[in-house]
Design a binder for this molecule. Structure first.
Ligand code: ACM
Length: 264
């Protein structure tokens, strides 16, 4: 069994240092969790008024106070952390989630499917859908609106993710409804770490969830307040893809009959 936590926080647009300070008491509640998932854009806030503003609030991976803060916690507690951040690379911005462990940055995922005004600010992700070995389990990452695209879940499932970490800033209440279905279809755990509060005219829907390999909602946060949830999960369950004694969730696929998907 592995202890995992979600942090449902409430980042404030443009208040990078305050956002870090607000995470300290929340991280303290994760006890001895092996893996902690934070929301999308946890360093900067979400609803930028311009690309210029987003640029000012971005950080490069190599020189990020936010990552250094996460690394300090990971080193002190021996855990791994997945957190969304506004990433700058030269003069380009990415909506990124980093994976940080006791020894520093392990990897990153850049959001593939940009939502609404994100298209005016960020570049679409260009690093595919990697999975990472974090010791007791393999994790994949996708970010918020990626949930609408079954392909991202499937690819991470096929690559052997036991757990899909899903940092989010969901504004609709139906994203959380879709997540259990993808857990069942791919036989994986999912942690959707959403945020609460509002940024300008956008209100975020909270309700972060952890789902099990049969689509059970193992834990659900409130809709409107910062919160920490910690549970134990069993990665062995995500490695058993048998649905019945004669059906395997992944091996029963018929890719030879799915070629239409390549044409459209
Ligand atoms: C979203 O992708 N932040 C809705």
């Amino acid at each position: 069994m592995v202890k995992v936590s979600l942090i449902q926080s409430q980042p404030i647009l443009g208040e990078a240092e305050q956002n870090i300070q607000n995470l300290i008491p929340l991280l303290a509640q994760t006890e001895d969790s092996a893996l902690i998932v934070l929301p999308e854009l946890a360093n900067s806030g979400y609803n930028f008024t311009s690309r210029n503003q987003a640029m000012k609030l971005s950080e490069s991976i190599e020189d990020s106070r936010f990552i250094e803060f996460l690394h300090q916690h990971a080193r002190a507690s021996g855990c791994h952390i997945v957190a969304g951040m506004n990433e700058r690379e030269r003069d380009l911005l990415y909506n990124t989630a980093v994976l940080v462990g006791p020894d520093g940055i392990i990897g990153r995922y850049r959001k593939l499917h940009l939502f609404m005004n994100e298209k005016d600010i960020f570049e679409p992700g260009n690093r595919g859908l990697p999975v990472f070995d974090v010791g007791q389990m393999t994790v994949g990452i996708q970010i918020c609106f990626d949930y609408l695209f079954p392909e991202t879940w499937r690819i991470l499932g096929l690559k052997g993710a036991d757990l899909i970490c899903h940092p989010s800033n969901l504004v609709t209440p139906y994203g959380q409804k879709v997540v259990p279905m993808h857990s069942v279809v791919n036989g994986v755990y999912v942690i959707t770490a959403n945020r609460t509060g509002a940024d300008g005219d956008l209100k975020f829907s909270g309700g972060s969830i952890i789902t099990g390999t049969r689509g059970e909602v193992l834990a659900r946060a409130s809709e409107n307040k910062p919160e920490v949830i910690t549970i134990e999960i069993d990665p062995q369950k995500s490695r058993n893809k048998m649905i019945t004694e004669k059906n395997h969730a992944l091996n029963d696929r018929r890719p030879d009959q799915y070629l239409d998907i390549l044409e459209s």
